[in-house]
Design a protein around this ligand. Structure first.
Ligand SMILES: *Cc1c(COP(=O)(O)O)cnc(C)c1O
Length: 248
């Protein structure tokens, strides 16, 4: 369990690395947002980050947002869903999340819309696109993106699409990782050219602890960082992507 001080120090270090990666890429220092990922970490670690000025956290399981929501209600946190979501768990996200970055299929959009209508809410959404050839990665196939965006813009009023999200290939090969990020940026540019009514793709959520500097070079506007802030998790990445071995 990281102590309060460690979290604050790690946050400052990560912020600094983000700023310098942006500058090095010829981009403004403040053009990349940090989304701290608090999955598997408890109240204490999250409160330490809140103390250090963070009020927005990524979680990859609906159950985990639900279990942290009440105990941390006094912190005014915006919870961001970044993991695979089964449609039957849409209710918790519709009630408690301020945003979803893992929107990857129509049945999920429909389930979220039904629950969001009941809650009288609308939330921001990023579409998670599959950019690697790994068979187990979740995400919408790139070729389905234009049709998907049009359908959400037309039929799903409660999801405001703001951009795209991806997970790069889990590999030591930096060129392969970079190719995933580049694919997402190029897709975003193509989609912008198609100018789909009601869809603005300002945001590209890409990059994690092990690869965020590459993602920033490739145009990321938001990096999702867990390990570099909170430390190692008890469960490895194979726990989150169960079908594939952790090789990073
Ligand atoms: C866990 C997770 C992250 C953060 O991973 P780290 O390597 O710990 O920085 C980012 N995105 C998603 C979707 C995750 O599940």
């Amino acid at each position: 369990m990281p102590n309060e001080n460690t979290v604050a120090i790690n946050l400052a270090k990560v912020q600094e690395r983000i700023r310098s990666a942006a500058l090095k890429a010829g981009r403004p220092a403040d053009s990349v947002t940090l989304l701290p990922v608090s999955k598997t970490f408890g109240e204490e670690a999250i409160r330490a980050a809140v103390q250090a000025g963070v009020h927005r956290f990524g979680e990859n399981k609906a159950q985990e947002i639900r279990s942290k929501y009440e105990p941390l209600a006094d912190c005014g946190i915006d919870w961001v869903m970044i993991g695979h979501l089964q449609s039957n768990k849409a209710k918790d996200v519709a009630r408690m999340a301020s945003e979803i970055q893992s929107l990857d299929r129509m049945d999920l959009a429909v389930a979220l819309d039904r629950r969001l209508q009941q809650e009288g809410r609308a939330i921001d959404a990023l579409v998670q696109v599959k950019t690697s050839t790994e068979p187990s990665k979740y995400g919408l196939p790139a070729e389905e993106l234009p049709g998907f965006l049009r359908q959400v813009a037309r039929d799903i009023p409660t999801l405001r699409i703001r951009g795209l999200m991806t997970l790069a290939i889990n590999a030591a090969d930096q060129a392969a990782v970079r190719a995933c990020f580049r694919t997402l940026r190029e897709l975003r540019d193509q989609m912008r050219n198609e100018a789909i009514d009601g869809i603005e793709l300002d945001r590209l959520s890409m990059g994690m602890s092990g690869d965020f500097e590459i993602a920033i070079e490739e145009g990321s506007t938001e990096v999702r960082i867990g390990t570099a802030i909170f430390g190692g998790r008890i469960y490895g990445d194979d726990y989150y992507w169960p079908e594939q071995p952790a090789v990073r």
